[in-house]
Write a new protein. Structure first.
Length: 647
């Protein structure tokens, strides 16, 4: 007699994890999770009680793909939500700041026998039921059987054989029968281009799939009356196996463009299709032809033309190709540019420096490469905010010059117009010139989320609060899984005195990463504006720990301490801030604590010092409610006038 097979399950609380079937059950009901989320949970449970470092967890879950760190944050957030930690004031997954995660709940290992069901089939003799059914728990099989059939076990088992045997055909056949048609495609008004899958398994070929994805996003962004989700949001889904309907709900679109790239020695086969995000129907499929690798740009042109024509059938082939301009014909320079954009989107000091290096290499190969100048300008526009080794006086003049160089080569590029606007308002205080550049960028490409994002900050700085909120909401619509934009929308809502509404967006960001410092700060601002000073202090203290005492965090904490009457702690933070190297930063931040203490003269003196140092932080003087008590002071009004922030 053959041994009856057994299976290992992990049980914790009311949950049961089946690692073999990639399934999590809660009291017998299947919990909806992505395969990667189940992988992450399995690794954490198998290493329960021990720290699993972020890099180790990413290597285990995404071993066959190169993905951004934000993927892990989103995955852990979804796990917490699925496990309903907040609902029961309990903890399954503990975050170890800046290091990784630890599964801390009690886990029971359960080994159960799994009988194999054998059923008779009238004409075909003895057959074994599908393995997926055979290995189900009895309760699961019971739930899948129709109620009227539960009395007839043999009939039910046979029905399951047919269901699981024919399921793949039933699932894919509608795509075949619903032939692509112009009527279905022509109504597309919103789309997300998912990163094309690199089917070679070789990370060295990732540039090709990523580059084609970039070119499709770029081409579709220029199609009139079509909402296209930004690169950063779709790349947050890279390496995940998601149902198109789930992606549609997450990103707020009606259509998904998905596909793959399979490269051989001298050619590449690119397959793409448009999928209805509401019901999963395939609306259109490309021909999946092989392309020679002699010129990647030819592949881009043909692919962009095919997809644009499918979405807007009246577009000619030439028009489709014009929407996807390569800007360089040097394949190596193009690859370097794609890598640069990958690291720029990570928004950390080290990654911005990597991006800068790639853009510089691209320009050495093609000195007329406008997009590479634009990418380099974007690096310098952000470097000082993420790397204290780069002073504003060094980075913003370079950002401005590089953006102007890109526009000198091609004035229709959207990115350098936005970057130039950012530099003009952040460092040069040229408010009129900045708005002109932002409007030009959005005229060229209304789908460029970064332009909406930066323009929203411009609007809040000049006191146009309601316009700022609407512009930031538009940025979020185009980049719906951006933690930064969620946090920034919460901030501009606070600055528009709409604290209750702000909390919704802050909480959405915290669901993606509970340790994202900018969101924690936003929650602190919300509590402070509502007069809930103890809660505000709690949030600012958490931000202080996670940010390693960032100057702006210390300033907000000191202000909250001062308002709460904890004068001694506020004074201690003044002393700590004065030790910071970047004196122009510290003087502006010091003013926030002095305001909380009611010491207006000291606050104004600190702001005047920041102005003389041309600190980029001082442009927030009119926007931040923290300085409201200075509004009627002549010295404060003089500062606003000097910066150009008065009518």
């Amino acid at each position: 007699m053959k041994a009856i097979p057994t299976k290992l399950f992990y049980e914790f609380g009311e949950f049961r994890l089946d690692p073999e079937k990639h399934r999590l059950l809660r009291e017998g009901e299947i919990v909806t999770l992505t395969p990667k989320a189940v992988d992450a949970l399995t690794v954490l449970i198998q290493r329960r009680g021990k720290l699993v470092e972020r890099d180790e967890l990413m290597d285990s879950v995404w071993r066959d793909a190169t993905v951004e760190p934000g993927n892990l944050d989103v995955t852990i957030s979804r796990l917490r939500k699925a496990l309903a930690e907040n609902d029961h004031e309990r903890k399954f997954i503990e975050t170890v700041p800046r290091l990784g995660y630890k599964f801390v709940a009690d886990v029971r290992e359960v080994v159960e026998e799994v009988p194999v069901l054998i059923v008779e089939k009238q004409t075909f003799g003895r057959v074994m039921i599908d393995e997926q059914v055979a290995l189900m728990q009895p309760s699961e099989r019971e739930r899948l059987l129709p109620l009227s059939s539960r009395k007839f076990a043999t009939f039910g088992a046979m029905a399951l054989v047919l269901i699981f045997t024919l399921a793949p055909f039933a699932y894919f056949q509608p795509w075949k029968s619903n032939a692509p048609n112009a009527t279905a495609v022509v109504n597309i008004r919103s789309i997300a281009v998912l990163p094309l899958k690199n089917l070679t398994g070789d990370p060295e070929n990732e540039y090709l799939s990523d580059g084609l994805t970039e070119s499709l996003i770029s081409a579709l962004s220029r199609v009139e009356d079509l909402k296209v989700i930004s690169r950063s949001s779709v790349y947050g889904l890279k390496g995940k196996e998601l149902d198109p309907r789930e992606v549609g709900k997450l990103l707020g679109v009606t259509t998904i463009l998905e596909g793959s790239v399979l490269r051989s020695k001298d050619s590449a086969r690119v397959s793409v299709r448009l999928v209805n995000a509401e019901d999963g129907r395939v609306l259109w499929e490309g021909n999946g032809a092989d392309h020679g690798l002699a010129s990647v740009f030819t592949i881009q042109d043909e692919l962009a033309s095919d997809v644009v024509n499918a979405i807007r059938p009246r577009t000619t082939g030439d028009q489709g190709r014009q929407l996807n301009r390569a800007y360089t014909r040097n394949a190596e320079a193009y690859q370097l540019y794609v890598k640069g954009r990958y690291f720029w989107n990570k928004r950390t000091g080290s990654d911005l420096n990597k991006a800068k290096n790639y853009f510089e290499q691209a320009l050495k190969l093609d000195p007329a490469y406008a997009l590479a100048y634009s990418g380099l300008a974007d690096c310098y526009a952000l470097l000082s905010y993420f790397d204290s080794n780069y002073p504003f006086a060094e980075t913003f003049p370079k950002a401005k010059a590089l953006a102007e160089k890109a526009l000198e080569i091609d004035s229709t590029l959207v990115e350098p117009h936005a970057t130039l606007g950012f530099a003009l308002h952040s460092y040069y205080w040229d408010w009129g010139g900045a708005e002109t550049e932002y409007k030009r960028a959005l005229e060229l490409n209304p789908n460029y989320a970064t332009a909406h994002h930066w323009y929203a900050w411009y609007l809040i700085l000049v006191g146009r609060r309601e316009e700022s909120v609407q512009e930031m909401k538009r940025a979020l619509e185009l980049d719906p899984v951006s933690m930064e934009i969620h946090a920034d929308l919460a901030d501009v809502l606070v600055e528009a005195y709409r604290a209750d509404e702000a909390m919704k967006y802050a909480q959405a960001s915290l669901e993606m990463d509970p340790n994202f410092v900018d969101t924690i700060l936003a929650v602190g601002h919300i509590h402070r504006q509502k007069g809930e000073l103890d809660q505000s202090i709690t949030e600012f203290e958490k931000a202080r720990e996670l940010s390693q005492s960032r100057p702006d965090v210390l300033a907000f904490l000191g202000n909250a301490y001062a308002l709460a009457g904890k004068t001694g702690k506020a004074v201690d933070l003044i002393a700590e801030l004065k030790t910071k190297v970047a004196k122009d930063v510290s003087s502006y931040q010091l003013a926030k604590i002095y305001v909380g203490l009611g010491e207006k003269d000291k606050a104004l003196a600190a702001l005047e010092k920041a102005y003389r140092a041309r600190s980029s932080w001082i442009i927030a003087l009119k926007a931040e409610p923290i300085f409201d008590s200075l509004d009627n002071e002549p010295r404060f009004q003089k500062l606003l006038m000097s910066i150009g922030l008065t009518p």
